[in-house]
Design a protein around this ligand. Structure first.
Ligand SMILES: Cc1cc2nc3c(=O)[nH]c(=O)nc-3n(C[C@H](O)[C@H](O)[C@H](O)COP(=O)(O)OP(=O)(O)OC[C@H]3O[C@@H](n4cnc5c(N)ncnc54)[C@H](O)[C@@H]3O)c2cc1C
Length: 439
């Protein structure tokens, strides 16, 4: 991997595709392009991926999505599994566990399971209190029941992006790290190490869209959402076999949050625990392969959030973990802040100039959806088609959500992936209201 050329390298660098950003969205675009035999360069100002893509829970939460996010998520699922096998990183088909600690949480899970069954699907399976405590180290005295959401995956975000970079580099993708992009336009990427010529340009810079393409970001209302996270070691009665969500998650995840009983649950949680509501808490957990637990998370939205992390959030994470789990000897290993792009729609998909495509997940579901978003939208906008090497036949119709803008104006060809198949037609639709799913 090169770190970049000397200033003034001018137009001697020519590629089919130049991608700005080496997070999961940029890597997804690079993977889509290289599988089609295109010559690809990825430019990132950091020395390796260190953005939101390595700072999250690694929870690929597909079953709780709806609409475009569900379709991008399902496309992502098969790409994640293929990449994990090919690039050699840890991924497990764990599904997701949800613990209900009150009757209204159980009622919401039941409503979701019935809605799922009414669709003819069986993705949400209700669990008794005995079943959830047998599967996860939650305290018997707090568990009222729970659910298992099928189809979801878990990866270790700290290793996945690096492994994908190495895999793509081995397939011929050129990475230029420690190289900032100052401007993009049709056919050209201007970097701090000289210009790059490329037929197609993808901008996948997450919340920093407001620095590279300020008008686009402002029009779409993109701001930042900052989250406090913690990693601890501890003795648990059992390992956590899947990401674990709580009632605080249910009121955020669209599949659950839009159901009839969700409003009353939200009101009850917010009234009973105003200090947690003030953190905009999503109480959830994942366990990394080394046994440590990720605890989170809070949400603070602003154009430029403060870098200062209030200790109240970390105190709450520790107290809530002790109340929920059979756990001993908690030791804090790390704290960090992660930031993602936030807007009123779930995704930003815009062809900002001919053959210059800006892509972002504008809520906290980029790990779940980013690979599919990149696969589907690069193909649709650039007309790369479904003939990707390693991809198979066309599947059914898909609807993608895009904000108002040139790329979203009309339906056109797109890819829709399900396990082992990529291809199909798509029509454009309005993006939904943002949900926060990291979430
Ligand atoms: C704490 C936290 C927990 C989360 N948990 C989950 C979860 O469990 N599941 C889930 O689905 N999602 C989760 N998310 C959301 C998810 O992590 C993000 O949506 C996703 O990683 C965004 O990917 P990205 O590629 O757009 O951005 P990033 O990974 O941030 O990558 C953007 C890259 O662009 C580069 N860049 C920016 N500007 C320039 C420039 N001018 N020149 C060169 N390079 C530039 C940056 O250096 C960076 O490497 C979470 C997010 C956070 C913060």
């Amino acid at each position: 991997m090169k770190e970049g050329k000397a200033m003034g390298a001018s137009l001697e660098d020519r590629f089919d595709v130049a991608i700005v950003g080496s997070g999961i969205v940029g890597l997804g675009a690079a993977y889509a392009a290289v599988r089609r035999g295109l010559r690809v360069v990825v430019v990132d100002r950091t020395e390796r991926p260190v953005g939101a893509t390595i700072r999250n829970f690694g929870h690929l939460c597909i079953g709780a999505q709806d609409g475009a996010a569900r379709r991008y998520g399902e496309a992502s699922r098969s790409i994640w599994l293929r990449l994990a096998a090919d690039a050699g990183f840890w991924a497990r088909e764990s599904g997701t566990l949800v613990v209900a600690r009150a009757e209204d949480e159980l009622a919401l899970l039941e409503e979701a399971a019935h809605a799922e069954a009414a669709r003819g699907a069986s993705g949400i399976r209700l669990l008794t209190a005995a079943e959830i405590t047998a599967q996860a180290p939650v305290r018997a005295e707090v568990a009222r029941g729970g659910a298992h959401v099928a189809g979801d995956l878990q990866v270790n975000p700290r290793e996945a992006a690096g492994a994908i970079v190495r895999h793509l580099a081995a397939r011929g993708v050129e990475f230029r790290f420690r190289t900032s992009v100052a401007a993009v336009r049709t056919g050209l990427v201007q970097t701090t190490r000289g210009d790059i010529a490329a037929s197609d340009v993808v901008v996948a810079v997450n919340h920093d869209l407001d620095q590279l393409l300020p008008e686009v970001a402002e029009r779409a209302g993109v701001i930042r959402c900052a989250l406090d996270m913690m990693r601890v070691s501890a003795e648990l009665r059992l390992p956590l076999p899947a990401p674990l969500l709580t009632g605080w998650s249910l009121v955020r995840y669209r599949r659950f949050a839009e159901l009839g009983t969700a409003s009353a649950l939200r009101e009850r949680l917010y009234a009973e625990r105003p200090e947690l509501a003030a953190l905009d808490l999503n109480q959830m957990y994942t366990q990394l392969p080394d046994g440590t637990l990720l605890l989170g998370d809070s949400h603070h939205r602003a154009v430029q959030p403060d870098p200062f992390q209030p200790e109240a959030a970390f105190d709450a994470y520790l107290a809530e973990a002790e109340a929920l789990f059979d756990i001993r000897g908690i030791r804090i290993r790390e704290r960090w802040q992660g930031v993602y792009a936030a807007a009123s729609g779930e995704f930003l998909v815009e062809e900002v100039a001919p053959r210059v495509l800006a892509l972002a997940a504008t809520t906290g579901i980029g790990m779940t959806t980013g690979l599919g978003l990149a696969e589907i939208e690069t193909s649709r906008v650039f007309g790369w088609g479904g003939g990707a090497a390693g991809a198979a036949s066309a599947s059914g119709p898909a609807v993608v959500a895009v904000p108002a803008g040139p790329a979203g104006a009309a339906g056109s060809a797109a890819l829709h992936a399900s396990a082992g198949s990529i291809g199909g037609e798509t029509t454009a639709a309005e993006g939904g209201t943002a949900q926060e799913e990291d979430a």
